[in-house]
Every structure is written in C-alpha cells, then in structure tokens.
Ligand binder design. Structure first.
Ligand code: AMP
Length: 203
C-alpha cells in the first residue's frame, strides 16, 4: 500500500483499495491519479485491463461531494462497460456515501430518472444520455469531471455527434479525461476541440 499512500488519496478511499486487495497502483494509476488531482486534462493510451477505471476514478471519488448534483459524467461505448465501470466506482466510493448510477438504453426510463435525481456520478452510454438530456431528466450543469472511456470505440460506433452534444451540455470549466487504445485523427480532433492542454499518458 505504500505507493498508494503516496498518491494523496483519502483514508476512506485507501481503505476501499485495501479491501479490494490491491497492493500497489498499476502504471496508468500511478501516472494518472496525481494529474487528475492537480486538475489536468489527461489523454490516456491504455488497453482494458490496465486498471484505468481506478486511474480516473480515484481522483473523481476524492473530489466529489455527496448530494451536490451530478459532478462527474463517465461516457462508455457499451452498456456492459457502463455496468462494469459503474460497479467499480461504486465499490470504491461507498465509504464516502457517493451515489453512482448507470444509464443506458434497452431498459425503462423511470427507474433511471429516479436514480439520476440522487446521483453524484453518472456512468452511461451516449444515446440514452442524450435521450435524458432532451427530456430534461438529466442536468449536467454541475459536472466538474468528464471521462470519455474507450473513446476510440465510442467514435467507431458512430457516437461522435451524440458525444459532442453531451460535451456541450456540460460546463466549459470542467476537467476532461479521455482514454483510448488508439490515437486516430478523430480522437485528435476531439482532444483539440474539447480539451485544455491535455497531458498524454502511455501505459
Ligand atoms: P480496468 O482496466 O480498470 O478494467 O481493471 C482491470 C482489472 O485489474 C480489474 O479486474 C481490476 O480489479 C484490476 N486492478 C485494477 N487496479 C489494480 C491494482 N492496482 N492492483 C491489482 N489489480 C488491479
């Protein structure tokens, strides 16, 4: 745990990390967590399985307050990934009483609408998130952190426009983190258009 302790994370989060049985941060975690905590935009080139969820999640968990509106929005290409990321963030944040909810298509709206009202962190897929925005059942005005997870897949699946609309519904002074396995032209366009001096991390 020594290396985790050096990252300036809260005792509650360190406890949850200890409980998960993690002994030391993965490379992407060690590089990303300090940047997130210092307010930098980050582009992480990393594969699934690298530990990227906690890499972006740790800083978010420690900078979000319970009951203060949706302060972090995490976009994923698929519902499976939204579930997986949401469950991981929940596991590490429950000691801080932070509420996380997953939002994706193919299930009914009403339970999602109720969960969104209570949520501090939302993890979801672009189509359904946009649907909620159009119905005004999702308010992104308090978002401080935006994560584009598996951004290359999200763009390959044709979500560019949806993602752009969602980004534009968030305040402009937020911190943005983008994770991708490949650095395509489209990714570079998104980074240039929507990120502020992003730091590139390779792991
Ligand atoms: P992720 O890339 O975030 O989906 O994580 C991939 C897998 O690595 C998950 O099963 C995590 O539980 C595990 N994992 C993440 N960070 C660590 C760590 N620091 N030590 C050990 N396992 C980890």
């Amino acid at each position: 745990m020594e290396k985790f302790k050096k990252l300036n994370l809260s005792e509650e989060l360190l406890d949850a990390i200890r409980q998960a049985g993690f002994e030391s941060p993965s490379e992407i975690q060690e590089k990303t967590i300090p940047l997130v905590l210092s307010g930098k935009d980050v582009i992480g080139s990393s594969e699934t399985g690298s530990g990227k969820t906690l890499a972006f999640g740790a800083g978010i968990i420690d900078r979000v307050s319970p009951g203060a509106g949706i302060q972090a929005l995490i976009l994923t290409p698929t519902r499976e990934l939204a579930e997986q990321v949401g469950q991981t963030i929940s596991k590490f944040s429950h000691k801080k009483r932070i509420k996380v909810t997953q939002v994706y298509g193919g299930v009914s709206m009403d339970p999602q609408i109720r969960a969104i009202r209570q949520a501090d962190i939302v993890v979801g897929t672009p189509g359904r998130l946009l649907d909620h925005l159009k119905r005004r059942t999702l308010n992104l005005s308090k978002v401080k952190f935006l994560v584009l997870d598996e951004a290359d897949r999200m763009l390959d699946m044709g979500f560019v426009r949806d993602v752009e609309s969602i980004i534009k519904s968030c305040p402009s002074n937020k911190q943005t983190m983008l994770f991708t396995a490949t650095l395509s032209k489209d990714i570079e366009y998104m980074a240039k258009k929507y990120m502020k001096n992003p730091v590139h991390i390779q792991a």
